[in-house]
Write a protein that binds this ligand. Sequence first.
Ligand code: FAD
Length: 456
Amino acid sequence: MLRVAVIGSGPSGVYTAQSLVEQEIVPDIEVYVLDRLPCPYGLVRYGVAPDHEKIKSLQNNLRTVLEHPRVRFVGNVEAGAPGLGVEELREIFDAVVFCVGAATDRHLGIPGEDLPGSHPATDFVAWYSAHPDAAATRFALTARSAVVIGVGNVAVDVARMLSRAAAELAATDMPQGPLGALADSRVEDVWMVGRRGPSQAKFTTKELRELGSLPGTEVLVRPEELALDPAYRDPAGLPAVARRNVEVLRGWAERPNGGGAPVGRRRRIHLRFFLRPVEMLGDAGGVRAVRFERTAPDGSGGVTGTGRFEEIEGQLVLRSVGYRGTPQPGLPFDEATGTVPHTAGRVLAEGAPLPGVYVAGWIKRGPTGVIGTNRPCAKETAQSLLADAATLAGRATAGDPVAALARAGQRPVLWPGWLAIEAAEAEWGQGLGRGTVKLPDWAGLLAAAQAADTSR
Ligand SMILES: Cc1cc2nc3c(=O)[nH]c(=O)nc-3n(C[C@H](O)[C@H](O)[C@H](O)COP(=O)(O)OP(=O)(O)OC[C@H]3O[C@@H](n4cnc5c(N)ncnc54)[C@H](O)[C@@H]3O)c2cc1C
């Protein structure tokens, strides 16, 4: 018998569990998928935007794995909490795979970054996704102009959410608070700003194109700014995604009113490039603008400052300049990459594998790629673990894992508890005349979970 703990029930954790049970090398295996939240699915539940229903529905695929007879979901258990370090986990499980993600924001490191009204995009995403850690967060959306710093898919997500009308989101599982705030939103202009050129933007074409189809929203680009990018003028040598992005932007630039005054539209999204944020301007009352330095291509794929500056008005600033992993107690950590050092998923401590300890997903390879990228990543880790199985099996001494986790001070929410949360969210939504609506705080989630018979 090989008893494995997978820490984290996001895509990488669930794909790791799947790879571990869908194999014949080690048939006698049990996988416990632990999460600090009482709810599974990681960023698929708490990151993917609510209006992306198709991607959200991946939760159904992940659910099938968590319902596998050899897999057990154990929510509300935090690895690294007092009494549940790597050593203690190794007493309960023969092997431990950390799939804890990398959802902390990176900092810009510029003056004024922490003025009221300037937030990491992670906070905004957590708020509209009803992450229970963000239960106290409020975005009043009284700003007339919002600046989104960054040109990746998360920046596109937050720009789109700021531009959607509440009626378009009522059918999603978005909680009531953010839906009400969007209904009352005074935002008219959303500026999405990148420090490099359009051919270097990280967004994918489908997400970019979607901005152009938002009802009531005009997308504005500046042809002369796009043309500063040599690859914009001649995109033939670009990778496919960048080339398609450039084509979409070119289409917007060539529209008769591209760059001109919007007609009959409620909101405008301005896509700006070659602008590097240098300071947030404002006072204790809040941010009022972002000061940017105009950049120019440096001829070797980067950009260089030009000494010319521009201010963009914004009473709300969302910084979306990348994610980063956080150190896990008891695990080595590479500060430069924000990941745990490993070889093929085996955690390395001072260059040697730490027996029985593995990583997969964003904490292994950094916050890049789409959900599907986690599948081969998880498979590689599972294969390493299975190859080590003979040296690991039967090492854990603590007996029944769920009882041992409870003895370690945790209050596990098992699968029936999660099903009870789902039922409560469906019921709550129905009462509001909507579909399923997420419960936005810890108390509500745990109360709903307790309604289930968690002894099964
Ligand atoms: C805002 C946002 C939107 C995105 N939208 C899309 C999209 O539309 N399409 C797409 O393909 N990809 C999207 N992605 C990328 C995708 O979400 C990631 O590729 C994927 O979630 C990474 O999987 P993961 O399992 O490594 O991490 P996560 O999904 O972050 O899962 C980590 C899990 O570990 C748990 N955890 C953390 N610490 C502990 C601990 N100490 N103890 C126990 N549990 C712990 C967390 O609660 C979480 O459930 C998006 C990412 C973000 C940030």
